[in-house]
Design a protein. Structure first.
Length: 277
């Protein structure tokens, strides 16, 4: 690895103290570092991302790493996260271990872990990807939405709910978990479907193969009127849909590659999370 792309959460490292420290350590090893450029909304300017990258280093939290994973989708660039907040599921390195982490990185003493992503496609040709989840939820006033769920062209169920979460294994510990969905080992190849506050007693999460194709069709609103909903990708980009519209969700062609330096297992991270550490 020779060229590193450093992405900083400005809210967690406002003076770039950690960022500059990482940059200096890498440059001392003869490596090239490029700092991420952001717009006025603090989002990565996609057009400014260099064509040639060997590794991305994210300084922040899990949310920052997810943004980078989406920006670098199909680039086959491994990502290392430096945690600036509470214990994260994705960010690998704690502040006290930066020097050791850089040495492991430049010496090649690390492993790569593949995480599946989801792709959402719309009838107008638009598409986007998510590392955690694609969520269809109500727009505006507090009321349930009506929608039908198809799997591989076959109707699975009709729902009246606040929305629905289509999650990757990585995203199973995020919104999916808060909505009562199951925790899935993050390197698995599965898709988890969890309704949000369903108005039926017998609706629970469904776990599907990563090869399945899911279609969500928006039904009519109250009194037969037009329903309007939001489709969000990792809680960031939003697409509006209305009655009759469909979004197709499937496993994305490319996966996110995470750099792993420590031997802390997912179960250990989960145990510490459950204890509040």
């Amino acid at each position: 690895m020779d060229t590193f792309y450093i992405v900083t959460n400005d809210g967690k490292d406002p003076d770039y103290i950690v960022t500059n420290h990482v940059k200096e350590l890498l440059e001392a090893e003869g490596k090239s570092c490029i700092l991420c450029r952001k717009d006025a909304d603090k989002r990565i300017i996609k057009g400014s991302v260099p064509d040639r990258l060997d590794c991305a280093i994210v300084i922040g939290g899990d949310g920052s790493l997810i943004e980078v994973a989406r920006v670098l989708h199909k680039r086959d660039v491994p990502i290392l996260g430096i945690n600036m907040g509470t214990l994260g599921y994705l960010t690998e390195v704690e502040l006290g271990g930066i020097e050791e982490a850089v040495q492991q990185l430049v010496s090649g003493n690390y492993a790569q872990e593949s995480r599946m992503m989801l792709e959402g496609c719309f009838e107008n040709g638009g598409e986007d990807v998510a590392l955690n989840d694609i969520v269809v939820t109500r727009k505006g006033v507090l009321r349930v939405i009506h929608f039908r769920l198809y799997v591989n062209g076959e109707l699975l169920n009709s729902y009246e709910a606040d929305g629905i979460i289509i999650s990757t294994p990585t995203g199973s510990t995020a919104y999916n978990l808060s909505a009562g969905g199951p925790i899935v080992e993050p390197t698995a190849a599965l898709i988890v479907i969890t309704p949000i506050c369903s108005h039926a007693l017998n609706t629970s999460s469904i776990v599907l193969s990563a090869d399945d194709e899911i279609v969500i069709e928006i039904g009519k609103g109250r009194g037969g009127g037009t329903e309007e909903v939001f489709t969000t990708f990792d809680g960031a980009d939003v697409v509006s849909l209305k009655t009759g519209d469909r979004v197709t969700v499937r496993k994305a062609e490319a996966a996110t590659k995470l750099i792993r330096l420590s031997r802390m297992s997912f179960l250990e991270i989960l145990r510490r999370k459950m204890k509040g550490n």
